[in-house]
Design a protein around this ligand. Structure first.
Ligand SMILES: Nc1nc2c(ncn2[C@@H]2O[C@H](COP(=O)(O)OP(=O)(O)OP(=O)(O)O)[C@@H](O)[C@H]2O)c(=O)[nH]1
Length: 309
């Protein structure tokens, strides 16, 4: 039990962390995110071609900010370029503070679940097993499933929930809040609801850059969404900055007469507009930021793993 904090005591320390949600398609990830966050989350991950960790939702519970991320594209990429990117998708799991592995109670440990278990064997962060859809499966079957899963992988905790009815979801949220590391909130509270879309938009632009320039740029550039403004006519104005390390790279991103950045912007704008369902005005800026590569926080913010020595 947690002790009551006296009113004159120092402010309660906050906690904040990234929780990666991993599970086969249809296991109920979106439903669980909605249940954990408590409101409809707008991102439809299926439409998104990117393979990197995406913020699905952010929730505050017991002075903890829990940032729920998932890694679309973890499964069977068809194109070669996608395959090349998929290895980075698992960085989402390595980079998170906690990993939630979702199992569909009805489907049990199928081929996809086995593949996930195998991949996760080398991920060192605490892993939590979440068996979802308990509303449609007998207790007996659930217990057997929990046991079988725990024999395959060492889970710190096992939860049985129904994302649909909300059964067990509060307990899971409280546990995640208790397990994320101590630290300040990563997102100001007034940006929490926009953060997933801002992050997704940045990720889309980053991916367009990668697709057009992966042979010329020796690393994955970073993109940040600076402003996200809904205009009176319901269209959205987005300003983003692409950060590169050197002037020569800035020239590559701009291209002759700005042709490359124009094309990147057009592709990104189209995809973002499809997802948000309204016209988008996208403004891209390219800036040289020396030494950003030395800052581990920057890497983390971008969902990248800080390169080890
Ligand atoms: N009975 C039951 N059905 C659920 C539960 N959670 C999710 N579902 C259903 O399972 C299906 C898949 O749920 P989603 O949340 O879309 O699954 P997802 O894992 O996000 O799917 P992808 O986007 O393909 O990764 C939907 O039809 C949900 O209504 C649950 O707790 N119980």
């Amino acid at each position: 039990m947690m002790a009551e904090t006296p009113e004159n005591a120092a402010p309660v320390a906050t906690r904040c962390g990234f929780v990666a949600l991993i599970g086969a398609p249809n296991v109920g990830k979106s439903t669980l995110v909605n249940a954990l966050v408590g409101s409809k989350v707008t991102i439809v991950s299926r439409k998104v071609q990117t393979t990197r960790a995406l913020i699905r939702g952010i929730v505050i519970d017991n002075n903890a900010q829990i940032i729920l991320v998932d890694t679309p594209g973890i499964f069977a990429p068809k194109r070669r370029l996608d395959r090349a990117m998929v290895s980075t998708a698992w960085v989402g799991a390595h980079d998170a503070d906690l990993v939630c592995v979702l199992l569909d109670a009805k489907a049990g440990i199928d081929e996809e679940a086995e593949a996930i278990f195998a991949k996760l064997a080398i991920v060192n962060h605490p892993k939590i097993l979440v068996i979802n859809k308990v509303d449609i499966v007998s207790k007996e079957k659930l217990l057997k499933l929990a046991q079988a899963a725990n024999e395959r992988l060492k889970f710190a905790e096992t939860f049985m929930v129904s994302a649909m009815t909300g059964d067990g979801v509060d307990d899971l949220r409280h546990k995640l809040a208790a397990m994320v590391p101590a630290g300040p909130f990563h997102y100001p509270e007034d940006q929490m609801s926009d953060a997933p879309m801002r992050h997704l938009a940045a990720e889309i632009t980053r991916e367009k850059i990668f697709r057009q320039l992966h042979q010329e740029l020796p690393y994955q550039s970073t993109v940040e969404t600076d402003t996200w403004t809904e205009r009176k006519d319901k269209s959205i104005r987005i300003e983003q900055t692409i950060f590169v390390e050197r002037e020569s790279q800035r020239k590559i991103v701009l291209g002759k007469g700005g042709a490359t950045i124009k094309s990147i912007g057009a592709d990104a704008r189209k995809e973002i507009a499809e997802i948000v369902g309204v016209p988008v005005h996208l403004f891209l800026f390219v800036k040289v930021r020396e030494n950003w590569g030395d800052d581990p926080n920057r890497y983390r913010e971008m969902g990248l793993e800080f390169p080890k020595e």
